[in-house]
Design a protein around this ligand. Structure first.
Ligand code: 6PG
Length: 247
């Protein structure tokens, strides 16, 4: 199975700029063809610059026709410094004209993560109908253990086939997470993984060079069945991947 298109850039800034152009094109294309765009954002720290570039250099896009979801979220209040929602709001959403009703945050105010996961599946069904949601763009990152979204190595969430969102547990704080599942990532029209830094070299080798046990590095399990898969790497992360990169 193809590892997808692997693109290497001198710096994270360069990779973020390239990916911002791609997301902007996808946004225009989706609105032209289907009247709206649905994107799932990734969390963590790597995409901050990508979101800032989208906000500052692509503000003329049809943002009012865009729906934003999160591929995963930490089980924290929306104003927590650990919140993926808060990071996206600060870097992108407060700066572009997306209608509030189109910003679909994970309901981390609910009593139980399992209830929030079920509620978020309902939110997805509201836009996509029944069956696995099909995002125009799914942005993902990858952790030092090869996880993506909150799909952690050898975790129960990897086996989900008829759930689109589940509760999950991380090995680092915040432990409790909510995550979209592989049926969702692998149903997207386009999946983009933005990965940078020397600490991601080993998991990238696990995913791109020697995925003997893909559950050891779950990003290796992301393969859209009818969509594109593109890796956006900086040179720091791509060291040792010569045989897997397109240069
Ligand atoms: C999260 C993310 C997670 C992230 C990786 C990489 O909630 O943390 O969704 O999957 O993409 O852990 O995180 P960094 O970009 O901070 O290295």
């Amino acid at each position: 199975m193809s590892a997808g298109d692997v693109r290497v850039f001198p710096t994270l800034e360069d990779a973020s700029r390239g990916l911002a152009e791609e997301v902007a094109s996808a946004l225009r294309r989706a609105v032209e063809q289907r009247g709206r765009m649905a994107i799932a954002l990734s969390g963590g720290s790597t995409p901050r610059r990508l979101y800032q570039i989208l906000a500052r250099e692509h503000s003329g896009l049809p943002w009012p026709r865009t729906h934003v979801f999160w591929g995963d979220e930490r089980w924290v209040p929306r104003d927590s410094a650990d919140s993926n929602y808060r990071m996206a709001r600060e870097t992108l959403l407060d700066a572009v004209p997306i209608p509030p009703e189109n910003v679909h945050a994970v309901p981390t105010h609910m009593d139980r993560p399992e209830d929030a996961a079920a509620s978020y599946e309902g939110e997805l069904a509201g836009l996509f109908g029944d069956g696995p949601p099909r995002f125009d763009v799914m942005l993902l990152g990858m952790g030092e253990d090869g996880h993506t979204a909150s799909l952690f190595p050898h975790s129960p969430a990897l086996a989900a086939r008829d759930r689109w969102v589940v509760a999950a547990e991380a090995r680092a704080e915040p432990v409790q997470r909510i995550t979209m599942t592989l049926p969702v990532t692998n149903n997207a029209r386009a999946v983009h993984l933005l990965v940078a830094g020397a600490t991601k070299r080993e998991p990238l080798r696990c995913v791109l060079v020697s995925p003997e046990d893909p559950e050891r590095c779950p990003a290796a399990l992301v393969h859209p069945s009818d969509g594109s898969l593109t890796w956006w790497l900086d040179e720091e992360a791509a060291v040792g991947l010569e045989e897997a990169t397109t240069g």
